[in-house]
Design a protein around this ligand. Sequence first.
Ligand code: RFL
Ligand code: PHB
Length: 391
Amino acid sequence: MRTTVGIVGAGPAGLLLARLLHNAGIDSVVLESRDRPYVEQRQRAGILEQGTVDVLRAAGVGARMDREGLPHDGIELRFDRRRHRVDFPALTGGRRVMVYAQTEVCKDLIAAQLADGGPLLFEAEALAVEGAETDRPRVRFRHGGREDVLDCDYVVGCDGFWGVARKAVPAALSRTYERTYPFGWLGILADVAPSHDELVYARGERGFALLSMRSPSVTRAYLQVPADTDAADWSDDGIWDELDRRLEVDDPHWRLARGPVTSKSVTPMRSYVHEPMRHGRLFLAGDAAHIVPPTGAKGLNLAVGDVVTFARALIARRDTGDATLLDTYSETCLRRVWQAERFSYAMTTMLHRAPDATAFDDKIQLARLDRLTSARAAETDLAEAYTGFPL
Ligand code: RFL
Ligand code: PHB
């Protein structure tokens, strides 16, 4: 098989890249190791930045998002039994976010690709990327019990944190920066209307809690738990009791609505960056190159930023012959990536209670929250980072 751009992985990064290239008349082949139902049902992100929303609309895959997504103008912070709302449009000159699940973004992109795009092969596992330093990189893969080779002009590794593409960068040229956190998130979906009309990020003495949503009738919520937690050890009542405790405020109108829990799972928390994000004709995008803890809601949005940057660079190369944007892909992406790393780290360390936290650490967290909720400059910084820096 032969194509211009070989794309490894059909998560949001790979699927959106295939769409952007298709719209520009550049052919691609997407290889995805899992089957379609798995990719469409994997529960993950829920928040799209303003820039991500704009990109999906411009790519022609925003119609259902605009019908079913929930535009949000702010979030609530809870600490010390207090509630504080952060008003995004007022602080950012009109920027907001959209609640529209990653599962739905993927379904929309898959439907578009299968309708009129290039090949999207499910259950096609990439085994290795080879020849990245040559003009003809290739992906060795297994599909339908057979090994095959995809010959490309460019390969984009969109195969997530556990993928194979990153391994094609020689160890001597790779630098990695990493931090693991001594806690994870227990996430649930529940068939009950969200108890609040915006997301609630809560710092409590017993740890962090997040109240989110998937639709007007489905609640998504998370609890900070020890890193080695087994989700099966938590009963539904136990989860609701703990959410109740961590979301408690001195407001007689607040009440957490409970309902049947339909899914629960534990996610580890990690910060990770691989540099550089390009080696020869291999480009890394999304979780294949970097991971953020989910507290800043940045992972999917970073993946979108990377593939938009790559698509623009390749289109410029085709239209003008100038490869500068391809050559500077890594630097361009990493600048944005490190801003998201900074923000995700700041949100995580401000709101979670580490197992070895001291009384001093607690006071510093509260002082950071106090500053955020009393100084417009600090609040503006949060609002700008949360709604996303322009692409
Ligand atoms: P993905 O989604 O991991 O997709 C990679 C794809 O590659 C496939 N693959 C292979 N295919 C072929 N051959 C191989 N050898 C392969 N190896 C792997 C995989 O099967 C998969 O389909 O990476 P991508 O596209 O870079 O997208 C990244 C996002 O998925 C991720 O950053 C976000 O989900 C992170 N995240 C959030 N991001 C946000 O922007 N906003 C949020 O609100 C948000 N919340 C979250 C999150 C992630 C979470 N978890 C579970 C990690 C909440 C959670 C709980
Ligand atoms: C989600 O709804 O899954 C979600 C929302 C905000 C985050 C992380 C996850 O920061």
